[in-house]
Ligand binder design. Structure first.
Ligand code: HEM
Length: 513
């Protein structure tokens, strides 16, 4: 039987014509070995396979991978083109009922449409003061460590900020992570702990059921970080029940209530199953997971690189000092968009030097491949010299990976280096052609839902931290090795011996310049 199966997969399968290691084409155990035994090394292995077999390869019996930036727009298409998810990869999140977990294109569209308005730029601008408040609170907390001589974990601190923002934004009640200035309620370590199991769950989905069947108290005893994550899930369920009850009161008394995504979904008057507790809890969980670690890592990596480069730090501090005379009064996101150097950090809005764009490039967003398949029409791949052409059969999942595209040396020479100037053309203007190859937020119909909120957090968070603390933060036993990609646990994993991005908070500020 096994021999028949292997023969079919090698010679008669619709993907049989695609190059790649024979073993990967025959069995999923190949992927399992790199995912689980080698600890998240399949992304690196896929990079090596591309060097050997070319831009389009078969990485498992069922899946292809492309490493050619010109294919981005076709794979992550928008408009009328349908793109399904790959259920094997998405099941490990256990959120089948959500828009994120919806495999078919049409189901995803039907679910996401009710959330788009909530995350539009106009909605984010309305709730922007809360981002500013939490950014100031984060800085006050960091300042309490001034002169202690003990380093703080920057990602843990920033995670408290991003978690409080996203939970307040979506559920009208923050988890209060910033209430503790020692940052011990940070979800950063918890999400990393969850990430470690994600590859195992992908191959053995039963593990998720087993893990979820444990009571919170047992999980906390087994793993403190995982316990924090479980507590967050329980808190969120309680929050949804509260909102559901409020909704009933709201309907009866028609009073104004704080807006939450649950109110938004309930107002959409969806059919029963689409309003189930499982769906609502899943959407809440997805938002927190998608909206915390991504922002945390992007901001932490960017600040780490800024602190490693005194020129960038000094220029940014100078601009912020003259544009924001009172450090406790950080301008709105709209106003910050008019600051040339800071704007340039976010490139999306401006033509100048692009530190944040570079930070986003080197923080990757998800570090794993994001698969799509075209359910009806075949996709067509053609290399730029037309020497390699493939018709990709409908239904075949194809992935591309930010970690590989962002290190394409033709697009990003010395790709491991943090070089904001690469985002400028020879006239010092925005390098338009380059930004189309950024996969940090992905592209197309399933592009990041929270991109506006993410940019607001990045703008306001960075401006506040650098304006208030730029002269008193000093990296402590931290170098690029603590932010560079090492392995893939859906989010980027760093070298196992890393102790994190650690910073000392000095008593006095270094002068600007
Ligand atoms: C720097 C910060 C962020 C980055 C780099 C990022 C990146 C991404 C990427 C690459 C995807 C596509 C995933 C896929 O195709 O499987 C995605 C999806 C998503 N993101 Fe973000 N994200 C960020 C911040 C946020 C925030 C703040 C939120 C919301 C609170 C959010 C909510 C979501 C949701 C709900 C999805 C699923 C969208 C869908 O499947 O239609 N993200 N994000």
């Amino acid at each position: 039987m096994a021999i028949c199966n292997a023969t079919y997969r090698l010679y008669f399968h619709p993907l049989a014509k695609f190059p790649g290691p024979k073993l990967a084409a025959v069995t999923l155990w190949y992927e399992f070995y790199y995912d689980c035994i080698k600890g998240g090394q399949y992304t690196n292995e896929i990079g090596r396979m591309h060097q050997k077999y070319g831009p389009v390869i078969r990485i498992s019996p069922h899946e292809l991978h492309v490493n050619d930036p010109q294919f981005i727009d076709q794979l992550y298409a928008s408009g009328g083109k349908k793109r399904d998810r790959y259920s094997f990869a998405i099941k490990s999140f256990g959120v089948d009922e959500t828009h994120f977990g919806a495999v078919p294109h049409d189901l995803h569209r039907a679910r996401r449409i009710h959330l788009n308005r909530y995350f539009s730029k106009a909605s984010v601008l309305q709730l922007e003061p809360l981002v500013s408040n939490y950014a100031s609170k984060l800085c006050s907390n960091i300042k309490t460590h001034a002169g202690s001589g003990k380093p703080i974990d920057l990602a843990a601190a920033i995670s408290c900020f991003s978690t409080d923002v996203v939970t307040e934004y979506a559920f009208a009640k923050s988890f209060g992570c910033l209430e503790d200035p020692t940052f011990q309620y940070s979800l950063h370590a918890a999400i990393t702990a969850m990430g470690k199991s994600i590859n195992w769950i992908k191959h053995f989905p039963i593990l998720l059921k087993i893990m979820l069947s444990f009571p919170d108290s047992v999980v906390s005893l087994l793993d403190k970080d995982l316990g924090i994550f479980y507590k967050f899930r329980s808190d969120m369920d309680a929050q949804i029940i509260k909102v559901k009850n409020e909704q009933i009161v709201h309907n009866k008394e028609s009073s104004m209530l704080p807006r939450t995504i649950f109110h938004e979904l309930m107002a959409a008057d969806l059919p029963g199953a689409e309003m189930s507790m499982k769906r609502l809890a899943g959407e809440g969980q997805t938002l927190v997971q998608a909206g915390t670690e991504t922002v945390t890592w992007a901001l932490s990596v960017t600040i780490c690189y800024i602190l490693l480069d005194q020129n960038v730090l000094s220029k940014l501090r100078q601009e912020l000092q003259s544009a924001v005379p009172d450090p406790n009064s950080i301008p709105s996101w709209n106003a910050l968009e008019t600051l040339p150097y800071l704007i340039s950090l976010f490139l999306r809005f401006s033509p100048l030097i692009a530190v944040i764009q570079e930070g986003l490039r080197l923080s990757y967003g998800p570090a794993t491949r994001l698969q799509r398949s075209s359910p009806i029409e075949p996709m067509r791949y053609e290399s730029s010299d037309s020497k390699i052409c493939y018709e990709i059969p409908p239904g075949a999942p194809v992935g591309m990976t930010s970690v590989l595209i962002h290190h394409n040396e033709d697009l990003f020479p010395e790709s491991k280096a943090f070089r904001p100037e690469r985002w400028l053309d020879e006239k010092g203007q925005r390098h338009h052609s380059l930004s189309q190859y950024m996969l940090t937020f992905n592209k197309g119909s399933r592009q990041c839902l929270g991109i506006n909120l993410a940019y607001a957090e990045l703008f306001i968070g960075l401006a506040t931290i650098i304006r208030q603390l730029g002269g008193s933060l000093q990296l402590y036993e931290t170098d690029v090795g603590d932010v560079e990609f090492h392995h893939d646990i859906f989010v980027p994993g760093v070298k196992p011996e890393s102790k994190g991005i650690r910073v000392l908070v000095l008593d006095s500020e270094a002068p600007v310049g």
